[in-house]
Design a binder for this molecule. Structure first.
Ligand SMILES: Nc1nc2c(ncn2[C@@H]2O[C@H](COP(=O)(O)OP(=O)(O)OP(=O)(O)O)[C@@H](O)[C@H]2O)c(=O)[nH]1
Ligand SMILES: [Mg+2]
Length: 276
């Protein structure tokens, strides 16, 4: 597994804190399939009271029941959240209107002090592969796009003006997930957020199989035409036969790859791994 040394952590935190001073709001991107595993454990410490909007990305791949539960969980913690799909554009427009609501007091105060109306300044943070670039591309209103320099606090920072209401710091903050918890590492590897160097695809495939049997049995029965709930060894054989994998091949590894590919390409349906 990737090791995250205290030195790196401190440096990343400091860089993030410097950028934070420049923005009104932080968009914390979490993968809707793994909202717990994709969350940086130091984020509360880093953001403190900075206005924040949690964006649950790839919600089109996650199980809506759990996405709703996660949203209620965040609401109970006093955090704003929105589920999005940056491919279809689901809820993308709402990001701006909700940000305006969150920042209403701050902008009203600026108005009473006679300051000119200005776009909201935001920053996107999230772990690798969570969908930062895809979201930025979706947010960009081509006609209004304008990349320019504006003086920051200490040095010139590049801002991307997405439209008249929102500009973003040009480089999203990449955060590291937490690794102490083995399950977190497995969930990150299954969703493709990290390449795990210790766990083999067989390990991941069998973890996934057990998880699916316990939580999404209907999905595997339908996908692989299984007669009924079977022991793993039988399921393996069944999938191998249906995929034309011969017993001369390394069945365990091949079937694990089938499971992982089917999960990642939605062929097993919409599945959430971090369940609560
Ligand atoms: N289905 C679906 N796929 C998405 C969504 N957002 C991003 N993706 C896909 O997820 C993958 C990673 O997206 P990126 O936008 O490159 O992620 P990133 O956070 O910029 O990744 P890094 O730059 O490596 O840190 C790509 O294959 C995207 O097409 C989404 O809302 N739904
Ligand atoms: Mg990117």
């Amino acid at each position: 597994m990737i090791q995250w040394f205290p030195g790196h952590m401190a440096k990343a935190k400091k860089e993030m804190e410097e950028k934070l001073r420049l923005v009104d709001i932080v968009y914390e991107l979490l993968d809707a399939r793994i909202p717990y595993s994709s969350k940086n454990p130091m984020i509360n410490d880093i953001l403190k009271n900075k206005p924040r909007l949690i964006l649950l990305t790839k919600s089109d791949m996650a199980d809506n029941n759990y996405t709703n539960k996660w949203q209620r969980y965040f609401t109970a913690q006093g955090l704003y959240s929105l589920m999005i799909d940056s491919i279809s554009g689901l809820n993308i427009k709402k990001i701006i209107s909700l940000s305006q609501d969150i920042l209403q007091d701050k902008f009203n105060k600026e108005k009473t002090r006679g300051l000119k109306p200005r776009p909201i300044r935001g920053m996107i943070v999230g772990i690798p592969n969570v969908g930062k670039s895809t979201l930025i591309n979706k947010l960009v209103n081509k006609k209004a796009t304008n990349v320019g320099n504006k003086p920051g606090v200490t040095k010139a920072q590049q801002w991307v003006r997405l439209n008249k209401d929102l500009e973003l710091l040009d480089t999203p903050g990449v955060l590291w997930p937490k690794f102490e918890d083995q399950k977190v590492g497995i969930h990150l590897a299954i969703t493709g957020a990290i390449r795990d160097e210790i766990l083999t695809s067989s390990d991941l495939g069998y973890y996934l199989l057990d998880f699916l049997k316990a939580n999404y049995e209907k999905n595997i029965i339908e996908r692989y035409n299984l007669p009924s709930a079977l022991p793993n060894s039988e399921i393996l054989k069944h999938i191998a036969v249906s995929r034309g994998i011969s017993d001369k091949e390394d069945i365990e590894e091949k079937v694990a790859d089938v499971l992982l590919n089917d999960f990642r390409s939605l062929r097993l349906g919409r599945i959430t791994l971090d369940i609560l």
